[in-house]
Write a protein that binds this ligand. Structure first.
Ligand SMILES: [Zn+2]
Length: 99
């Protein structure tokens, strides 16, 4: 008998509230340097997850209250610009995949 069920960590996207295994979500982390995108998911600090979808990043960067609630901190302009930068990358990736 083989164990078919593996324990996959399930995370909830803070923008669309969809749940998914953590590989299709990108972690945000609150650090002393501000809110950072954490592609490795290994940084210390309170984390929150967003789908790798432009719509979710757009929502998080336009309605920053979502990020504020999830990370229990108020995002600074720098934090939001870092998230926007990632959004740009996500869109670029989407475009590349669509070709
Ligand atoms: Zn989402």
């Amino acid at each position: 008998m083989t164990k078919k069920q593996r324990r996959i960590p399930i995370r909830t996207c803070i923008a669309c509230r969809d749940t998914s295994d953590k590989r299709s979500l990108t972690r945000l982390v609150r650090t002393p340097d501000g809110i950072l995108v954490d592609p490795t998911g290994k940084r210390n600090g309170r984390g929150a997850y967003l789908c790798d979808q432009a719509a979710c990043w757009e929502k998080a960067t336009s309605k920053t209250q979502i990020v504020a609630n999830a990370l229990k901190t108020t995002p600074t302009a720098d934090d939001i610009s870092r998230l926007r930068q990632h959004l740009t990358d996500v869109i670029a990736q989407d475009n590349a995949e669509g070709q």
